[in-house]
Design a protein around this ligand. Structure first.
Ligand SMILES: NC(=O)C1=CN([C@@H]2O[C@H](COP(=O)(O)OP(=O)(O)OC[C@H]3O[C@@H](n4cnc5c(N)ncnc54)[C@H](OP(=O)(O)O)[C@@H]3O)[C@@H](O)[C@H]2O)C=CC1
Ligand SMILES: N[C@@H](CCC(=O)N[C@@H](CSC=O)C(=O)NCC(=O)O)C(=O)O
Ligand SMILES: [Zn+2]
Ligand SMILES: [Zn+2]
Length: 379
């Protein structure tokens, strides 16, 4: 019997308050309205940003909420006026929408889209309401326009892309955030060129994806900086030519001095993939005078600010940021999937654990085990 047009009851993990475990419960997911798509999520991974919002550090974080933004699934039904996907399509929800019509989309200068970002940031659908209710009839907030920690979710049509149905959900869900973000930051935001020198701070999924993007572009040097020595092996597997643990430097030597010494004056490109504002400063100051560019990818806690001496910028270093790797999800996801299928883009290698969805709280614990890249959950 078709579920189209009707509410669906399903399992979801609800975050009722910061720092509390998620509650696995049955929720009701309303039918998609105009320009909305209801998706049956098959797999979702846990990104560091989900943990960041659950920690209470996200200035936009609000509860109760259905978190999750790195997922893949099948379109169960669509609301009126949806033309870009249809029932049965295999899809990836996009936290960076692409409407193709707004000032941002038409600028040709950014992958950010203004069409739904305001309501997305407030945890509601573009019409200002939620499609999720718990068993008490209380509305639950959406998250990053995706809410993939629910067996069914509803997203705006501008926030979803159809993908090759032969691509495995378990793997390509990672293209919904971490892999795309790092790879795109290197190949699009920074546009690393052959021979460039690159340093990446933070050897998580995002940082390692920056490294594989830099390797694809034939960077001459890819230095990964991480405080955990256990990350050296995996860093080299993803393209690092060097690995530096900043906590193991000789007394008196800073990581900035070390990197400048290693590269005859500093790097062409550096990337912060930690979310630590002190690291962001180091990343900027390790750039080569005159042209080095540092890209901030990490997400910092509420109240945190970056600083440096303006002289660092006066003397030619450039500080910029990157969201979703500068990738326009609806236009460019197909190319990333092809790269994955043609073995030009590593994705499976990031899966360090697989769990049933019911173990989602253990999955959040995995993030702290020192070797976790991505735990993929299966409904
Ligand atoms: N801008 C965007 O579009 C996106 C941003 N993000 C953000 O990017 C960041 C990285 O995400 P993800 O890869 O999933 O996270 P991870 O936590 O997996 O990776 C971060 C890595 O940085 C290491 N680290 C921590 N402190 C330092 C330090 N001082 N110097 C060097 N390395 C350090 C961590 O080590 P340890 O594990 O030992 O702490 C870990 O290996 C997060 O802030 C996330 O919120 C994520 C996706 C998209
Ligand atoms: N809510 C936070 C900002 C969080 C943030 O910067 N998110 C990234 C994606 S992180 C993915 O794992 C991003 O793309 N930002 C651009 C955007 O439009 O949100 C805060 O308010 O600080
Ligand atoms: Zn993410
Ligand atoms: Zn737009």
């Amino acid at each position: 019997m078709s579920t189209a047009g009707k509410p669906i009851q399903c399992t979801a993990a609800v975050a009722y308050a910061a720092k509390q475990p998620l509650t696995i419960e049955t929720i009701t997911v309303g039918a998609p309205r105009a320009h909305e798509v209801r998706i049956k999520i098959l797999n979702t991974a846990i990104c560091h940003t989900d943990a960041y919002t659950l920690s209470g550090a996200d200035p936009e974080g609000a509860f109760p909420v259905v978190l999750g933004h790195e997922g893949a699934g099948i379109v169960e039904s669509v609301g009126p006026d949806v033309t870009n996907v249809k029932v049965g399509d295999h899809v990836i929800p996009l936290y960076t929408a692409e409407c193709g019509k707004c000032k941002f989309c038409l600028s040709g200068k950014t992958n950010l889209c203004g069409s739904v970002r305001d309501t997305q940031g407030r945890g509601v659908m573009p019409d200002g309401t939620s499609r999720f209710t718990n068993s008490k009839g209380e509305p639950l907030l959406h998250f990053m326009g995706c809410s993939t920690f629910s067996e069914y979710t509803v997203v705006a049509d501008v926030s979803v892309v159809a993908i090759d149905p032969t691509a495995p959900f378990e793997s390509v869900c990672l293209l919904g955030c971490g892999v795309t973000t790092g790879y795109g930051a290197a190949t699009k935001t920074a546009n690393v060129q052959k021979g460039d020198t690159v340093a990446v701070f933070g050897a998580g999924t995002v940082g390692l994806s920056v490294a594989q993007g830099a390797q694809r572009r034939e960077a001459s040097r890819i230095i990964i900086v991480d405080i955990n020595d256990n990350k050296e092996k995996v860093s080299r597997e993803f393209g690092a030519t060097d690995f530096v643990n900043p906590t193991k430097l000789p007394a008196g030597q800073t990581i900035v001095q070390k990197l400048i010494e290693m590269t005859d004056g500093g790097l062409d490109y550096t990337f912060d993939c930690t979310g630590n504002v002190n690291v962001m400063r180091d990343a900027l100051e390790a750039c080569h005078k005159g042209w080095g560019t540092s890209v901030i990818i990490g997400v910092a806690a509420a109240g945190k600010e970056i600083s440096t001496r303006p002289f660092q910028l006066v003397t030619g270093r450039v500080w910029k940021g990157s969201a979703f790797g500068g990738v326009k999800g609806r236009s460019e996801m197909g190319g990333l999937i092809k790269d994955y299928q043609n073995k030009k883009l590593k994705v499976d290698e990031f899966i360090t654990a697989r769990r049933p969805f019911a173990e989602i709280n253990d999955g959040f614990e995995d993030l702290h085990n020192g070797t976790c890249l991505r735990t993929v959950l299966k409904f």
